[in-house]
Design a protein around this ligand. Structure first.
Ligand code: SAM
Ligand code: SF4
Length: 364
């Protein structure tokens, strides 16, 4: 007999919907019907942005003069808690905190500490964060204490000047120190590296060796057409990972790994070192059929597809009532609109399917 999944016992609408109490209702294991989209994909992964602000201005992500949202538009820490906890009650098993730079959000450790209760009950399988690493020296130990086990750190180059060029405001030494602190705190680190033509092509092997020496995995990301209305820059930066793979094969034997995370990453192993290398190729591969994720911005907008403009507002239903049933209904309605997939396409020499919002808006 198939094992019974607790939240499948109660069909939608029959579950008791308690009045909101962050310390009781949201601590329970999921008891509601799972989130299933129109294409029968179960949604179990939430990427949640906690701020649109950042202490860097990466060329492919932000413009130098960014206009940030008024603070009053942002969900408060309590609202972020209620939002995340509601999703968890609806079956979200993995929660990734992102931004902007999530670790520059004031009081953010309060949020991480609060989320750890869901790890303790087993409702949440994994709590992770994607960070530029600038604040890790301060927060690595606290993150580990809150139950975070793995983190993604974005780093595109090991050259100090190039790092400054690509981040505009960042200092490499600060990030490297952050990596030291993260590893010393016992966090497993994976680097996220945006593959940029003519920028880090020459550093490919150096980056791999850097990770090998430190026991870190690495994932390369194809630059995506976000937040840029002129196509030229993005096309200039585009270094297809199929080319990057060919370069790797000059030095390593690659074994494709079958495991997927429900997102756009595919993994392979470098046989010589045992390292795992991920490729995020939204432009050359269609990963949508197995997509299990949604994104919520720091203002409570839910984007059910990274590559589509469509979104629904969850802040109004969140604020409309202390009863989470209103929010739950809005989440279900949004998931009911999740599109089949994205329309990014560079194949015709123009960045079709391009998004006008910046990546920092949805947090990647
Ligand atoms: N500030 C954090 C960081 O940099 O890791 C988290 C937010 S950042 C928006 C999340 C990821 O998106 C980073 O790994 C970053 O490199 C990536 N990213 C930003 N803009 C991108 C773009 N246009 N194409 C591909 N990846 C992008
Ligand atoms: Fe900031 Fe991350 Fe965007 Fe760079 S990629 S500007 S670190 S949000």
């Amino acid at each position: 007999m198939a094992p019974t999944v607790p939240w499948q016992r109660l069909p939608l609408g029959t579950a008791p919907l308690p009045a909101y109490n962050p310390y009781m209702a949201t601590d329970q294991a999921p008891t509601l019907a799972p989130l299933i989209d129109p294409f029968h994909r179960t949604i179990s992964y939430l990427r949640m942005s906690v701020t649109d602000r950042c202490d860097f201005r990466c060329l492919y992500c932000m413009s130098e003069q960014m206009t940030f949202l008024p603070k009053s538009d942002l969900l408060t820490l309590e609202e972020l808690d209620r939002m995340a906890s509601t999703f968890i009650r609806l079956g979200i098993r993995k929660l990734r905190i992102t931004g902007g730079e999530p670790l520059v959000r004031k009081g953010i450790m309060q949020f991480f500490n609060a989320m750890s209760r869901h790890l303790e009950t087993g409702a949440l399988e994994e709590l992770t964060v994607t960070t530029n690493g600038s604040q890790l020296s301060r927060f690595a130990r606290d993150l580990a204490a809150a139950g975070v086990k793995r983190i993604n750190v974005s780093l595109d180059t090991l050259d100090e000047q190039k790092f400054k060029d690509v981040t505009r405001w960042g200092r490499l030494a600060q990030v490297l120190h952050g990596l030291d602190e993260a590893q010393a705190a016992g966090l497993r680190v994976k680097l996220n590296t945006v593959a940029l033509k003519g920028f880090n092509e020459e550093e490919l092997f150096q980056l791999i060796e850097f990770c090998e020496a430190r026991g870190m995995d690495i994932t390369f990301i194809e630059v995506m057409p976000m937040g840029d209305l002129g196509n030229e820059d993005r096309l200039d930066q585009y270094w297809p990972l199929s080319d990057l793979r060919k370069r790797l094969e000059e030095q390593y034997t690659l074994t494709d790994l079958s495991h997927r995370t429900g997102g756009p990453a595919r993994y392979m192993r470098l046989n010589e070192t045992g390292q795992q290398v991920g490729f995020i190729t939204p432009l050359t591969h269609n990963f949508c059929e197995s997509c299990n994720r949604v994104r919520v911005t720091c203002t409570g907008e839910i984007y059910t597809c990274l590559g589509q403009e469509g979104m629904s507002d969850l802040r109004a239903p969140l604020r409309a009532s202390q009863d989470d049933a209103v929010l739950e209904e809005a989440i279900r309605a949004a998931i009911g609109l999740k599109p089949r997939g994205h329309d990014f396409d560079y194949s015709r020499g123009v960045a079709d399917g391009q998004m006008t919002r910046h990546m920092s808006h949805t947090g990647g």
